[in-house]
Design a protein around this ligand. Sequence first.
Ligand SMILES: NC(=O)c1ccc[n+]([C@@H]2O[C@H](COP(=O)([O-])OP(=O)(O)OC[C@H]3O[C@@H](n4cnc5c(N)ncnc54)[C@H](OP(=O)(O)O)[C@@H]3O)[C@@H](O)[C@H]2O)c1
Length: 272
Amino acid sequence: MGRIFVLGAGAMAESFIKGVLHDEAVAPSDIVVMNRQNRARLQELTDLYGIGQARAISDAADADVVILSVKPYDIATALQGMLPYLNGQLLISFAAGIPIDFIEQATERRAQVIRAMPNLPVAVLAGAIAISASKQVSATSVEHAKGLLAQLGVVVELEEQMMDAATAFSGSGPGFVSYFLEAMEQAAVQLGFSAPMARELLIQTVLGTAKILQEWRLSPAELRVRVTSPNGTTHAGLNVLNERGMQDAIAQALIQAANRSQEMGQQYTAKV
Ligand SMILES: NC(=O)c1ccc[n+]([C@@H]2O[C@H](COP(=O)([O-])OP(=O)(O)OC[C@H]3O[C@@H](n4cnc5c(N)ncnc54)[C@H](OP(=O)(O)O)[C@@H]3O)[C@@H](O)[C@H]2O)c1
């Protein structure tokens, strides 16, 4: 799959490295990583994964793929340093909210830019990753990027205008699901379960529900109908959720999150 230069050595960079090394999709000797100053962190990644450390930013010139995994506010500085060494590499940016246009201008269109929005479960290689490719990126490069990111989870390609929606949905999704589960767990304890038992049943209920949706190819609505007998227990509980307007609350939460994502990204659009 070619040589990979990872700029940034934080949590996201580590998830990427772990993912692409999994199943030997990429050899450790094909990856180098670089950060700004934290040498102990670089050593940690080198020791854990057997990858290399870049000697200097100029090593990016030898890479086929550049992974941009610095915080959004560090992107402009990072790209400025890398600019002289860009020569058409595939550049995958994980930076939340940074538009493709911003990166293309900062790199003077010397790289093939793909914007990716991963979510936290990439850390356990069960992520949901939305990607959007610049029109300048060849179909082969898009496939290459998808192949790499597929090692971290499910990859969905979208028009860039959908990125705020993806940030709200799959990006913030683990937070929303956790909030619901937090309430379930507290309620279970109120019903008399010990906290550890409540947690064990909770996690298995979620895993089992997700697995059955995936394996039986049911929609959530179909699964809900299957487990809801008229006047049964699920029915009684769902009536309360309906009366309290849960569906509307969720819809509003996603809209609000997408609006916030758009607002946060605007500062970068404005500079272009
Ligand atoms: N973590 C997630 O779950 C997640 C989810 C979606 C998107 N993202 C995106 O992924 C990106 C990385 O997030 P993270 O959580 O991994 O951040 P992080 O843990 O803070 O890591 C950022 C890394 O960037 C390095 N860095 C900053 N400026 C640099 C520069 N000019 N040159 C080289 N390295 C530089 C830092 O090096 P030093 O430590 O040496 O300063 C650090 O290694 C962000 O843009 C974020 O929006 C993350």
